[in-house]
Design a protein around this ligand. Structure first.
Ligand code: FEO
Ligand code: CA
Ligand code: CA
Ligand code: CA
Length: 620
C-alpha cells in the first residue's frame, strides 16, 4: 500500500553468482541440491523476449504488445449467485460481504483439485489491503473521517480482508464460478483464532474477548505467501491507520507509538466501534500486525493468527521447506529503518497429510537479520532470556517478545533497512529476493553496506543466499540491482549495463517468480518520477542478470501488486490497486481516472487482471 507523504501528493498533483541450482523443486519438502546451470541467456542478453513498453503517465493501462489484459474481478463484482448487483451510489455492507472487496493486493492461485497442477481451474486468494472512502463514496471528504456514517464504516469493514473465489479458463477467458462452495469473504470482522505463544496472554485480552484467543477480523492485508500444504499466509501491515485515540494515555504507550498509532489515520471506524479507539480498548491493536494463515480448500475453517512469527508491519512471507523438513518463513517489516526476520518451525512438515500442518507455524524460533559489511548475515534469535530479552528490559514472557518484536529486534542489533517489502523464495536459485522500496531519511551518518545510498529514493533489491541450510545461523547477501534512472550518475543506480530507457524502475514492492525462474517486479511510487507504476521482469542468473525490462503500466494513481503465474506460465494474474488515487483532489465525483469501466458516474475500481499472450503460449 502506498503511503501518501506530502511529498508524494505534491508530486502527483504535478502530474550471481547466486545460482545454486536449476533443479525444479516439486512437491513438499524438497530443496534443490543439484548444481546444474539455471536457464541463462545464451547470447549475453535477456532470456525475456517480450517487447518493452515506455514509461508513461495516463488514465489507461498498457501491456507489452502481443498480450491481452482481461479485467477479471472488479471491486463490487458478485462472488455468489445471490450477490446483488453493485450499485455505487447505494452501497451496503450486506451486499459488500458477498462482493469483491476494495484495494486488492496479494494474489495466490491455488489449483483445483488440490494437489493438481491445473492452470485452467483454481482458487484465487486475494488480499484487500485498504479502503479509500473518498474514492468509494459519493461526496465523502477523507479529511472528515470521524463523520463517517455507520453504514459507510460497515461497507469499509466488509470491503477489507480477503477473498477466495473459484475461477476457470474457457476459450482463453477466465470466468468466476459463482456456484463454488469455496467462495468466501474474510473481512475486518470475521472471527479469527489467535494461536501460538501470545494466544491468551493478558496483553491480548479485550472486553469482547476476555480469553485473548479470538480476534474479530483481519485488515491491512498487504502481500503474503503460500505454504507447501496449500494454505495462504496474509500479512497484516499498516494497522496503525485504523486506530483512533491517544496511545500515550494507555497502558501500551511505548508499544503503540512504536507501531505508529496516534499519527496519520485513514479510517473513522472508531466513531461506531470502540474497539478501534485505543483509549477504550488498549489491547485491541495487539491482536493485529500478525501473519494470518488461511486454508482456501477448507471453506468452513477459521483463519489463524500465527503469533510465533512476531508482530510488526508484516509485508509478506517467503516460505521454504528446509532439507531436514522444517519450514522457514522469511519475513519483513515495511517501515523506514525496520527489520528483516526469519521464522524456523520446530517440527517437520507432514508430506502425507496436509491437514496435519495446521499449527506447524505455531512453534518455532523467530530470528532477525544483521547485515554485515562482509556480505554475510547473522541471524539473531528473538527468544526470551537471550541477550537483552529479559525481564529487566520489559520482556516477562515470550509473548512480550513477540508482541514487541520491533523493540526486541532493535535491542539484539538487527540492521535497520530501507523499508522491506516483498520477500520471495526462488526455488531455481535457492535464494530469497528482498525488495527494499526506499528510504528518504537514510543519511550519510547511517548508510551501511546493505543500505548504501543516502536519501534512497528509488529502492534496491537484495538477494539472500542461505546455502543449503535455511536454518543456519548465518547466510550471505548480495545486491540484484539498485533502482532509479541509470543514465543519471547522481542516482547511483546499478543494473546490467544493457538496461534500456524503458527498463529502469523505482520503488520495487512485490515479486513473483515465473516457471523459468525469472523475477517479476512490481513497483509502488513511480508517480513521484512522472510515470505510472507497473511490472518489470529480469533474469536473476546468467548474462541477463539485473537486465530489467518493462512489461506492464498501471492506470494513473494505481499500484501494481500481487503478481502470480499459473503453474504453466500462460496466465499472469495481477492486482491493480487504488487506480485514480492521485491525492486529495481525486474523489468519487472527480477521479483521476475511471479505470476500468470508463463510464460516467462510475468511480475507478481496483481490479484483478489476467494477462495472457495472444498466442496462448507462456508469458516471457
Ligand atoms: Fe502494503 Fe508495504 O506495502
Ligand atoms: Ca508499498
Ligand atoms: Ca506492498
Ligand atoms: Ca510475492
Amino acid at each position: 500500500m502506498k503511503k501518501l507523504s506530502a511529498e508524494k501528493q505534491a508530486s502527483r498533483r504535478a502530474v550471481l553468482a547466486a545460482g545454486l541450482s536449476a533443479a525444479a523443486a516439486t512437491g513438499i519438502g524438497i530443496v534443490p541440491d543439484v548444481a546444474e546451470a539455471a536457464e541463462g541467456a545464451p547470447d549475453g542478453t535477456s532470456t525475456l523476449s517480450f517487447a518493452e513498453i515506455p514509461h508513461k503517465l495516463s488514465p489507461v493501462h498498457e501491456v507489452s504488445p502481443g498480450h491481452d489484459v482481461q479485467i477479471l474481478l472488479r471491486w463490487g463484482d458478485a462472488l455468489t449467485e445471490a450477490a446483488p448487483a453493485w450499485t455505487p451510489e447505494t452501497q451496503s455492507a450486506a451486499a459488500q460481504k458477498v462482493q469483491f472487496g476494495y484495494d486488492n493486493d496479494f494474489i495466490a492461485f491455488k489449483p483445483l483439485p488440490y494437489g493438481s497442477n491445473s492452470s485452467t481451474r483454481g482458487l484465487l486468494c486475494i488480499n484487500h489491503e485498504s479502503t479509500r472512502n473518498q474514492l468509494m463514496f459519493p461526496g465523502f471528504d477523507k479529511r472528515k473521517l470521524d463523520d463517517i456514517s455507520k453504514e459507510y464504516a460497515d461497507v469499509e469493514i466488509a470491503a477489507s480482508g480477503h477473498t477466495i473465489v473459484e475461477v476457470a479458463l474457457k476459450n482463453g477467458q477466465w470466468g468466476v464460478n459463482l456456484k463454488s462452495r469455496y467462495n468466501r469473504r474474510i473481512t475486518a470482522d470475521t472471527e479469527i483464532d489467535i494461536t501460538g505463544p501470545a494466544a491468551g496472554h493478558a496483553r491480548m485480552r479485550t472486553t469482547d474477548d476476555p480469553k485473548g484467543v479470538l480476534a474479530l477480523g483481519t485488515f491491512a492485508n498487504c502481500a503474503g505467501g503460500e505454504t507447501p500444504w496449500g494454505t495462504v499466509l496474509t500479512a497484516e501491515e499498516n494497522i496503525h491507520f485504523f486506530f483512533g485515540g491517544d496511545p500515550k494515555r494507555t497502558s501500551e504507550a511505548a508499544n503503540h507509538q512504536l507501531m505508529g498509532l496516534g499519527g496519520e489515520r485513514f479510517y473513522g471506524w472508531q466513531a461506531h466501534y470502540p474497539r478501534f479507539n485505543v483509549e477504550a480498548e488498549p489491547h485491541e491493536p495487539n491482536r493485529f500486525g500478525w501473519i494470518v494463515e488461511i486454508d482456501p480448500y477448507s471453506p468452513d475453517k477459521r483463519p489463524a493468527k500465527r503469533t510465533a512469527m512476531g508482530r510488526f508491519k508484516h509485508e509478506a512471507a517467503g516460505v521454504v521447506v528446509n532439507p531436514d523438513g522444517r519450514v522457514v518463513c522469511y519475513l519483513g517489516d515495511d517501515e523506514l529503518f525496520q527489520y528483516i526476520y526469519k521464522f524456523v518451525s520446530s517440527k517437520k512438515v507432514n508430506t502425507k497429510d496436509r491437514m496435519r500442518n495446521w499449527g506447524l507455524l505455531d512453534e518455532g524460533t523467530l530470528y532477525t537479520a544483521r547485515f554485515n559489511a562482509d556480505n554475510t548475515i547473522t541471524w539473531l534469535p528473538l527468544e526470551l532470556g537471550s541477550g537483552p530479552l529479559t525481564a529487566a528490559n520489559g520482556f516477562a514472557s515470550q509473548a512480550d517478545v513477540l508482541i514487541d518484536a520491533r523493540r526486541a529486534a532493535s535491542l539484539v542489533g538487527a540492521t535497520p533497512m530501507d523499508r522491506p517489502e516483498d520477500l520471495e523464495y526462488n526455488k531455481f536459485t535457492n535464494t530469497i529476493f528482498v525488495a527494499l522500496t526506499k528510504n528518504n531519511r537514510r543519511t550519510d551518518a547511517n548508510v551501511d553496506a546493505a543500505n548504501p545510498r543516502t536519501r534512497n529514493r528509488h529502492g534496491h533489491v537484495i538477494e539472500i543466499v542461505p546455502g543449503l541450510d535455511h536454518t543456519a545461523p548465518t547466510a550471505r547477501w548480495q545486491f540484484l540491482f539498485l533502482g532509479g534512472d541509470p543514465s543519471d550518475p547522481a542516482v547511483k543506480a546499478q543494473y546490467h549495463p544493457g538496461v534500456s530507457a524503458k527498463g529502469w524502475l523505482s520503488n520495487p514492492d512485490n515479486f513473483t517468480v515465473d516457471p523459468k525462474g525469472r523475477l517479476w517486479i512490481s513497483t509502488d511510487g513511480a508517480n513521484d518520477y512522472g510515470f505510472d507504476d507497473g511490472l518489470w521482469a529480469t533474469d536473476v542468473v546468467g548474462e541477463g542478470r539485473a537486465l530489467t525490462k518493462h512489461f506492464f503500466s498501471c492506470p494513473i494513481g494505481g499500484e501494481l501488486t500481487g503478481p502470480t503465474f499459473t503453474p504453466d506460465g500462460t496466465t499472469l494474474f495481477c492486482s491493480v490497486q487504488h487506480p485514480g488515487d492521485t491525492g486529495d483532489d481525486s474523489s468519487f465525483v472527480t477521479p483521476a481516472t475511471r479505470w476500468p469501466d470508463f463510464k460516467d458516474g462510475i468511480p475507478p475500481r481496483p481490479s484483478v487482471i489476467a494477462i495472457r499472450t495472444t498466442s496462448g503460449k507462456p508469458i516471457g
